[in-house]
Design a protein around this ligand. Structure first.
Ligand code: FES
Ligand SMILES: [Fe+2]
Length: 422
């Protein structure tokens, strides 16, 4: 459990909150590149850490991010016209460059007036199929962190966004909770579950495909420069060999989940205290299609997900689409990894109070997420540099591999140590 005070501290992300201050030390994904598909595409309204912005791609293809409300009299620029190298407000036609330069003020033609002003604009990068922005203090702006997926060939990568109506930490904790994989995702993790036979799922893209039938993994955790890594050790049929599934936690909300032939890098970006934009980037050494990932995640069903708006649409109104008639075949009565994960997070409510929980040793990584975040908040408040800020994260990875007795699980991903040494 977590007392209500600490729960508030790590869940609330708005301006001037302790977690909000910590979060503002990092670069954040704010949309996918696909959401701004062409130059002068329609602008997007973006919520990030309880504040509103607009992102747009200009005529030259550059992406900019400004405060949502126009600096003249506050109309939303997300309704504006994107044209001739800038974003123009509908109300009185003021026009802004991606850098925040005020290009035109038609209702006050004197250029001296607009030359004195600058619209609030934020540093933006586009990498790995995502658009990233930094909204923290200017003097603390860190290097942009690179990830391995940013180096993958575009046809070997899929980047998706799913907007889920609950606090980010519920989704983060699900991602650092190995013991739920063999239960919640039973149909994909242990396809023979009905007759108690175990054959691994042959789908090499599925991140819930387990190599063991053991439902009570032993967890071991080690701190790293980016947060921590943990291993879930499961029994196998081979004497002296365990199955080791290693997953990193990248402060403040990132993880990488291994599938047999691909990696799923996931960011649970808080839009505000009760809404989260989940970004899932799948990459590997072979081609992978967006349709395949959408289907695997269960997002091809329009009751759950709207591909255009990226909104996860399922609610209690129809019990999240659960089909109880199918539960003799399907453990959950749901279909797809993300549908199962999002449904559980939503079932905890929009803002879960952790003060009534009953934790067990298999929840150790979840407990460590909370402790790591509370420590990082403290460090940031004392003017220290929080974990992962500005680091090159290309060496962060995940794996699902056999581990012989006597071997060190940390040796499965030795690059994690190199990042620690950087
Ligand atoms: S409010 Fe935007 S130009 Fe007037
Ligand atoms: Fe899951």
């Amino acid at each position: 459990m977590l007392n209500s005070k600490d729960n508030e501290t790590i869940c609330r992300v708005g301006p001037a909150t302790p977690m909000g201050e910590l979060m503002r030390r990092y670069w954040h994904p704010v949309c996918t590149s696909a959401q701004l598909p062409v130059p002068d595409a329609p602008p997007l309204r973006v919520r990030l850490l309880g504040e509103s912005y607009v992102v747009f791609r200009d005529t030259e293809g550059r992406v900019g991010m400004l405060d949502e409300l126009c600096m003249h009299r506050g109309a939303s620029l997300a309704l504006g016209r994107v044209e001739e190298g800038g974003l123009r407000c509908l109300y009185h036609g003021w026009k802004f460059h991606v850098t925040g330069t005020v290009m035109e003020t038609p209702n006050h033609a004197d250029p001296k007036y607009r030359e004195r002003m600058k619209a609030p604009a934020y540093p933006v990068r586009e990498a790995g199929g995502l658009v990233w922005a930094y909204v923290g203090p200017k003097d603390l702006q860190p290097e942009f962190s690179q990830y391995a997926f940013m180096e993958a060939q575009p046809e070997h990568r899929v980047a998706l966004r799913i907007n889920v109506n609950c606090n980010y930490l519920q989704l983060v904790e699900g991602g650092e909770d190995s013991s739920h994989v063999g239960v919640l995702h039973t149909n994909m993790a242990r396809p023979g579950w009905k007759d108690d036979s175990f054959e691994p799922n042959p789908d090499v893209v599925n991140p819930a495909a387990l190599l063991s039938n053991d439902l009570e993994p032993t967890l071991k955790i080690e701190e790293t420069a980016f947060g921590f890594q943990y291993v879930a050790l499961r029994k196998t049929n081979e004497a002296g060999v365990k199955n080791a599934r290693v997953v990193p936690f990248i402060v403040p909300y990132g993880r990488i989940i291994p599938a047999p032939a691909f990696l799923f890098t996931v960011f649970e970006v808080p839009e505000d205290d009760t809404q989260t934009a989940t970004y899932i980037v799948v990459h590997g050494k072979a081609p992978v299609s967006e349709d395949k990932i959408i289907e695997l995640l269960g997002l091809d069903d329009t009751r759950y997900y709207d591909r255009k708006s990226c909104v996860y649409t399922s609610t209690w109104a129809d019990n999240f689409g659960q089909n109880r008639q199918r539960m003799s075949e399907s453990w959950t009565g749901l279909r797809g990894v993300e549908v199962e994960d999002a449904t559980i997070a939503l079932s905890q409510g929009p803002f879960y109070d952790r003060s009534k929980e009953h934790l067990v040793p298999a929840d150790q990584a979840v407990v460590r997420v909370r402790r790591t975040l509370l420590n990082a908040i403290k460090l940031a408040a004392e003017n220290g540099t929080p974990p992962g800020v500005g680091l090159d994260l290309r060496g962060v990875s995940a794996c699902d591999a056999p581990l012989k007795d006597g071997e060190l699980w940390q040796d499965l991903l030795p690059t994690h140590r190199d990042i620690a040494a950087a």
